[in-house]
Design a protein around this ligand. Structure first.
Ligand code: M6R
Length: 606
């Protein structure tokens, strides 16, 4: 999704911006651009396509600049073309703006501005901002930006430069992240901390409705009344994330293979040497009183939430419900006083999940979040946070972070079970013993990679797939289908196998591949009946089953075996072959596995 960079200092400005844009690229984008002020004069370059298309037009120009801003755009309003790319400029081309987020009332503003004689070049919502700044400009740019922002409904992170005040970058935030990095006689701006950390670890997170004025030597922060406020300078004590492929063809492949290490890392973070679970970050939260959990999240994180519900109900005997954040945020929020909201997010920036947190907070729900990216907005706005510790996930398709979400939710549920006295510490330890075996089991599934690749060769031309599962592996079916469709553009649907005969069974013919998730769990017999229903209609079955289960092979066109584990841990194993199957089908279909079309790693707009 869109990304912002900015730099002011003595380095080669355009190079710092381009490198920054490259570091943002994992988020997904379809065009990019930069704007630079050199000897008081503003220039800009923007191009649809990948960043190297932009580099091609600026290479050799010998741009000398003292400050600049840059942007990767993920199209929302207007197709991805050169004109709609950022930056956007006012009529005299003296003010340049880059923007993340969505201006919901842009059509009304645009209509008004057109009546006043403003001419629009692009179809974007962003362009209204720069014309509003122009309209409100008298002699002070930050005042003009603040006046412009008063008209905006929606979300924004904005960086602006101008010939009218050529020694400053001006930034604003409402609902879309904006971070300022403080250097020595140089300063940085970005919407993503990873772009700043290679340069400096001293950062200011702009809060909503704040403005920043950044010169080479100073950073001044204002509230929405333009009163100066003390900025909180934070020192980040972790390193910029490693984003090399390490010998793998794709980040997704690397991340699939990191999963055993991720599970081991999480165990080492949350299980002490006595085998007891410690979540220091929630130790002061009165968890024993919670009578209902409401889990809210999106996409793969929502699937993790669905599995989390089974775990919380099983180990902590606490009723739990799960909702898409995009639905939850608009629901009537009824709290009986002992409810708690759990938000789950890899990026910590997903707009709907963040909005869900804010709504829930304003309705007095306490919030614990499961987050991977430290210092993200969700991290900072939750009452307590449990980190996923999966390391940076670059591939747009979530793999290792899903496994880390399942692992942390499993440990959290056991922890809660002990606190609520629904489990004895000894029982919890026996469940942790089972978890300790999972990394080796995942490794043994990864060792079957060549077999799974052969299945991809066999099925990659199918244009639709059905995934079915039951109980705790119904969400595994949803996740398997999501993984396949997002990276290979094949239509795939996940279904609760018990629902087949209520509709989707009509889809089954001799051409439809049906991925049947059937490990040895409490719903195995029911699942076997569903598979027989599929087989008797000549469906092509690809079955994921527990090692040693020979009976099920009679109903399989193809079979992938996973090691035997307890029911509550089976989703961790089931997901590995499904990830590999999607990966290899996408490769065979020649798709961009790490940056699938239309998708963004971090969905920062509603
Ligand atoms: O960063 P989040 O976990 O909040 O992101 C939620 C979804 O956007 C994300 O899981 C998405 O569905 C992935 N592309 C799935 O692979």
């Amino acid at each position: 999704m869109c990304g912002i960079v900015g730099y002011i200092g003595d380095r080669d400005v355009s190079s710092v911006l381009i490198v920054g844009l490259e570091r943002l690229s994992y988020r997904g984008y379809d065009s990019s651009g930069i704007s630079v002020i050199s000897e008081g004069e503003l220039s800009f370059w923007k191009k649809s396509g990948k960043i190297h298309e932009l580099s091609k037009i600026i290479d050799g120009l010998n741009i000398k600049g003292s400050l600049g801003i840059g942007h990767t755009r993920w199209a929302t309003h207007g197709i991805p073309n050169d004109i709609n790319s950022h930056p956007h400029l006012d009529k005299s081309k003296k003010i340049s703006i880059v923007h993340n987020g969505i201006i919901e009332n842009f059509l009304d503003i645009k209509e008004g501005l057109i009546k006043e004689g403003y001419v629009f070049r692009s179809q974007t919502d962003t362009e209204v901002i720069v014309h509003l700044v122009d309209k409100h400009y008298k002699s002070n740019l930050v005042q003009a930006l603040a006046a412009a922002c008063k008209h905006l409904k929606g979300s924004y992170g904005i960086a602006m430069i101008s010939e009218l005040d050529p020694d400053k970058i001006i930034v604003a935030r409402s609902g879309s992240p904006l971070i300022i990095g403080k250097g020595q006689s140089e300063n940085f701006v970005s919407s993503d901390i990873n772009t700043i950390l290679p340069h400096t670890k001293d950062v200011i997170y702009l809060e909503d409705n704040q403005f920043g004025v950044i010169t080479k030597d100073d950073i001044t922060i204002y509230n929405n009344e333009l009163t100066k406020i003390d900025a909180v300078l934070q020192h980040i004590n972790w390193d910029p994330v490693q984003s090399e492929k390490g010998g793998h063809d794709h980040f997704m492949h690397k991340e699939i293979h990191e999963q055993p290490a991720v599970v081991r890392r999480i165990i080492s973070k949350y299980v002490d040497s006595n085998g007891s679970i410690t979540f220091k970050s929630v130790k002061d939260v009165p968890l024993e009183d919670v009578s209902r959990f409401i889990i809210q999240s999106c996409g793969t994180s929502w699937h993790a939430g669905l599995i989390g519900r089974y775990l919380l109900e099983n180990y902590a005997k606490t009723p739990s419900e799960v909702d898409y954040s995009s639905e939850f945020r608009y629901r009537r929020m009824i709290s009986k006083g002992k409810d708690m909201v759990l938000a789950i997010s890899q990026s910590g920036e997903t707009a709907d999940t963040l909005a869900g947190i804010r709504e829930a907070k304003s309705n007095f729900f306490p919030i614990i979040s499961f987050v991977n990216v430290k210092n993200s907005s969700i991290d900072r706005e939750s009452d307590a946070v449990i980190y996923s510790h999966s390391g940076q996930e670059v591939g747009v398709a979530s793999t290792k972070n899903y496994i880390s979400q399942l692992t942390t939710l499993y440990l959290f549920s056991l922890y809660l079970g002990v606190i609520k006295k629904e489990l004895t510490p000894e029982q919890a330890k026996s469940y942790i013993d089972e978890l300790n075996k999972i990394p080796d089991y995942i490794e043994s599934i990864l060792a079957q990679e060549e077999t799974i690749k052969t299945l991809a060769d066999k099925y990659y031309l199918s244009n639709q797939f059905l995934f079915i599962g039951r109980g705790i592996n119904f969400p595994s079916a949803l996740e398997g289908a999501l993984k396949l469709k997002e990276i290979s553009y094949v239509h795939a649907t996940g279904y609760a196998a018990g629902e087949l005969k209520h509709g989707p069974i009509a889809l089954i013919d001799s051409k439809l591949p049906i991925v049947c998730i059937a490990p040895n769990t409490s719903t195995y017999d029911k699942m076997l009946s569903n598979i027989q229903e599929v087989k008797s209609r000549k469906g092509k079955t690809i079955i994921v089953a527990t090692e040693g289960n020979k009976e099920i092979a009679d109903y399989a066109d193809d079979i992938i075996y996973i090691p035997k584990t307890i029911e509550d841990l089976s989703p961790l194993l089931v997901s590995i072959p499904l990830q590999l199957l999607s990966y290899y089908i996408a490769i065979k279909r020649d798709c961009d596995v790490d940056q699938p079309r239309n998708l963004a790693k971090s969905v920062t707009v509603e």
